[in-house]
Structures are given as C-alpha cells and as structure tokens.
Ligand binder design. Sequence first.
Ligand code: PLP
Length: 325
Amino acid sequence: MLEAMIKAPVGDDVYDEDPTVHELESRVAELFGHEAALYCATGSLSNQLGIRMLVEPGEEVLCDVQAHIVRAEMGGHAAVGQVTTRTFSSPSGLAEADRIAELISVGGGPYHVTTAAVAIENTLNYAGGKIQPYENLVQISELCQRYGIKRHLDGARLWNAHIATGVPLVSYGALYDTISVCFSKGLGAPIGSVLVSSADTIARARIVRKRMGAGWRQAGILAAAALYALDNQLARLADDHGAARALAEEVAALAPTAVVPDDVQTNIVVLDTGDRDAGVVLDAAAEQQIRVSQLGPRTLRAVAHLDVDQAGCRAAGKILGALLA
Ligand SMILES: Cc1ncc(COP(=O)(O)O)c(C=O)c1O
C-alpha cells in the first residue's frame, strides 16, 4: 500500500486535476452503477455532504436510533447542514419499511416538518455490524419512491455486507440517491471515504465540500491507498468475519450471556457486560493488551481487522470471556 502511495501520480484535486483521485472516483462510481463520485477525508464528511444534497435546511432525514449519523457525527447534520432528524428503531437493528412508513411526513403543510430523505446504515455499526436484508432495503426504497423521498446509504461497512451476502455492489447502488463508503475501516486504508451519486449531485457536493474547507490538494497519495485496498483487501473481509465469530465463540464459552455467536454476521462483536460497568471491563481488557470500545454503560464493541488474525481474536475472546464470566 505504501509503495502504491509513493508511486501515485498526483495533481491538484481542488482544481479536479488529480489523476489518482479521478481513478478512484470513477471506479467507485462504476462499482455502484452511478455517474460520479467524490473522494472525501472522512465518512462523516461524505455522509454530511450526501444528506445535505438531498435535504433542505429545516427538512428532516429519518434514520435508525443507533445510526452513526445521529449518534456519532457530533450533530454535524444539524449544526452544519441545518437538517433535522427523526429516528426509527427495531429490537433487531433491522430497518423495516412498515416502521419507516409510520414516520413519513410529506405535504404536512405549514405545521409538520417535511421528510425529505431516509438514511440507512449497512452494516449497522452499533447493532454489532448487522446486515440489512436486501429484501427490506428494496421495500424501503420502493416506499421512498412512492412518497418522492430521497434515499441515502451510510455504507461505511457496505463492503462487509457485500462480502458476507454476495449481493452485488451495483444492486445496492440501485436503491440509493447518495451513497457513502469508507476505505478507512475494514479495507485498511489510512484515510478516506467516497460519496457516490449522479454527476449533478456530485458537482454540487464538490462546491459544498470546498465551502466547508475540506477541498484538498494532492490527495492522490491517499486515493492510491484506497485503490490498493479495493484491489487487495476486499475479499479478505471474509477472514475478519470468521475471526469476529471466533472471538464471540470464545467469549460465549466462558460468559454465555455476553454474546450469542450466531448473531455475529460481519466483523463486529457487541458484548453485553451484564451487571458490570462496561468502562471497568474495558480498562481491565486494556491492561491485557485487548483494545475494545464502549458503546453504552453495559456494552462493549470488539472489531476484527486485518492486523489481528483468527488465532489472535480467539486469544482476545478468551481474555474477554474470563473478564465477563
Ligand atoms: C457507520 C459509520 N458511518 C460513518 C462513519 C464515519 O467515518 P469517519 O470516522 O471516517 O468520519 C463511521 C465511523 O466509525 C461509521 O461507523
């Protein structure tokens, strides 16, 4: 990856002249069957840009109560984009058209906020990397089209859903007006996300990105890492899924109430710490070189990735299981 970065031909991306950025943008757009794409520094930025292209100030986007856009982007959609949010939820973390339909408000006259877009997160990070079933996504897309509502996909980990299900990227792409995908997570690039959409929308997003101070110059050095990741580190996500499952099995062997291994679908394992404070368990794990993150007072998140193999994940699972037993 480093070699690809060193050798990357570059230009000034603010002037839309970086050949490596162009290559990444056109490849990703094509993968999803869309016209254009915009390489961004972060997934939070590409989510914000995507949603702002679909939702006017004072309108709302509907999303899951656990969605990254509402929980973990520092209120950027509201603070910067002037967009309001309403949330749906289901115990399983799976988005369902019926629940979303209950929230939709179009033509609400001068009283109710207008629903302009629905945002789906796939896989759903805080639900433990849950894959949204494709049939649900089709139903949600049809629902949106019936009401004239736009569709955004936070596909930070769509790569994982694609590898786990075999659903082609282009089939996911057909269901959304804007899509954000990240290269800095399971794919293992040091930085970068891509917003995919129509040529028109991407041209508008490029202007807003610059307005936010997020135009960048010779970004091809970084885009080369994303291209390398796409070519060399996509198929191997299946290894992460196996390693996450192995970690969950080891935890469950010692602490059966902490996790159900069958619930692990991709690279994320959410652990229920029961009556233990998650922060205390996190600190105890860190003392044994196991780094997990805290999602809530009683939940932790472990993520399998390319720097830890299955044996390493099993070893980590044993330590976490002992702490939770
Ligand atoms: C589902 C999801 N969307 C978006 C993001 C934002 O990515 P970034 O950290 O690059 O802003 C993340 C980051 O963890 C994420 O998990």
